[in-house]
Design a protein around this ligand. Structure first.
Ligand code: EZ4
Ligand code: CO
Length: 416
């Protein structure tokens, strides 16, 4: 054997996956984390959190994925992705794609650590200094929502999502009394919420009229409809909001039928964002190719990891659709770390959602990203820069929580 061959074989041996474990912890909320270890002792972390369905992903990983990982070369990220995707007869879906994402992100983390390079450099290097983020402001009424927007501006935010209570509706989406943290999965069985599209459609233009009057024209304002409207109602809202120049209107109607967005486009120039619940490029393809959206929200954790979301971003770039990754607190700091590296690199970056994790969460997941003047900055440590304190994690056992459901006044089930 030549020296070159033995060095190569030695490094392949070093990269061999010898163990992989699922860590379920609940420091303030539930997170599922995959830890992949190589023979050399280098390990990688991937997030596998799917809000309200955590143990389904944990079981998929433990029973169906991990047995396939042992003995593989951790450096074969693409082949492992193809093995887990194409090799599984039953493909796609949120559980499967979240599990694949956890493996993929853990392997990118290992590659970075072995190369001594931060993830953004492996992807192709820096395209910007910092990553524009938006925070979540909400209030029980317009007055309170506007005061919350002011608080975010005073913290340095350049972009703020605003949500507001609707008279007569209990537990409106996106409204919380907690500062900075909105967590809708609050009970073991789904909370019942009430919805009325007419009441909502009356209120939202008034909210943004007030926000522009109070905060001027240059602040970026965003809003999330959370899949509640029929296409023609969404078109009306997008048109009514035109004078207030939103950065985007999110999930204006369910995307199960992409053609619904044609109706919105026909009537309004308010930019549209869609995709936090998507898990594959095939969910995004029609909306992007027909130029029915402006921002794609698909997140690294729910859509097959860096390897797959990179393909979605490249497709989006062909149509000047920019990224705007989901960044709620149900994505762990591991996803936030990986996303910030991706955002620092990707050419067609738009914005990154950023909700503060609780102090408990941040203690369990030591990380090197920082917030400054409305932007997040990824760190320079090798890999994605997020770790887990396993001892501390053990102190927070899993606590079952599901997302709410929505009904109309007469009891009809609606989209939450
Ligand atoms: O309600 O991630 O834009 N952000 C969102 C989120 C979702 C939660 C559901 O788990 O819509 O806050
Ligand atoms: Co959303």
């Amino acid at each position: 054997m030549s020296i070159a061959q033995s060095v190569l074989q030695g490094s392949v041996r070093d990269r061999q996956i010898v163990a992989a474990r699922v860590i379920v912890t609940s420091p303030g909320r539930n997170f599922v984390t995959l830890k992949v270890e190589t023979r050399s002792g280098v390990f990688g972390l991937g997030d596998a959190t799917l809000n309200g369905r955590e143990l389904a992903v944990a079981a998929y990983l433990e029973h169906h994925v991990i047995p396939n990982l042992i003995g593989r070369d951790a450096g074969c990220i693409e082949d492992t992705w193809q093995f887990l995707y194409r090799g599984a007869y039953w493909r796609r879906g949120p559980v499967t794609m979240t599990a694949i994402a956890a493996v993929d992100v853990a392997l990118w983390d290992i590659l970075g650590k072995m190369a001594g390079l931060p993830l953004y450099r492996l992807l192709g290097g820096r395209s910007r200094e910092g990553v524009l983020v938006y925070g979540h402001a909400s209030g029980r009424d317009i007055e309170e929502a506007s005061a919350e927007v002011a608080r975010f501006v005073s913290m340095g935010y350049r972009a703020v999502r605003a949500q507001c209570g609707v008279p007569g509706l209990k537990k409106p989406y996106g409204v919380t009394r907690e500062k900075n943290a909105y967590e809708p999965a609050e009970s073991e069985l789904p909370a019942e919420t009430l919805w009325s599209s007419p009441a909502y459609l009356e209120l939202v233009p008034k909210l943004f009229d007030r926000l522009r009057a109070d905060h001027g024209r240059s602040l970026e304002l965003l809003h999330d409809v959370h899949h509640r409207l029929a296409p023609i109602e969404a078109a009306r809202l997008a048109r009514d909001l035109e004078p207030y120049r939103l950065f985007w209107l999110e999930d204006a109607t369910p995307a199960d039928n992409p053609a619904g967005f044609e109706l919105i486009r026909r009537h309004a120039v308010t930019p549209l964002a869609v995709g936090e619940v998507f898990n594959s490029i095939f969910d995004c393809k029609g909306l992007i190719e027909r130029q029915l959206i402006d921002f794609i929200r698909t997140s690294i954790v729910h859509a097959g990891g860096v390897t797959h979301v990179r393909r979605i971003a490249d497709l989006a770039g062909l149509y000047q659709v920019r990224t705007g990754f989901h960044g709620a607190t149900d994505l762990s700091p591991v996803t936030m770390g990986a996303a910030l590296h991706f955002d620092t690199w990707v050419a067609n970056f738009g914005i990154q959602e950023y909700m503060h994790h609780t102090e408990q969460t941040l203690e369990v997941f030591p990380h090197d990203y920082t917030f400054r003047d409305g932007r997040l900055y990824c760190g320079e440590s090798p890999g994605h820069g997020v770790d887990i304190d396993e001892q501390l994690a053990q102190r927070y056992p899993y606590s079952p929580r599901q997302l709410p459901i929505a009904r109309l006044e007469d009891g009809t089930m609606w989209d939450w």
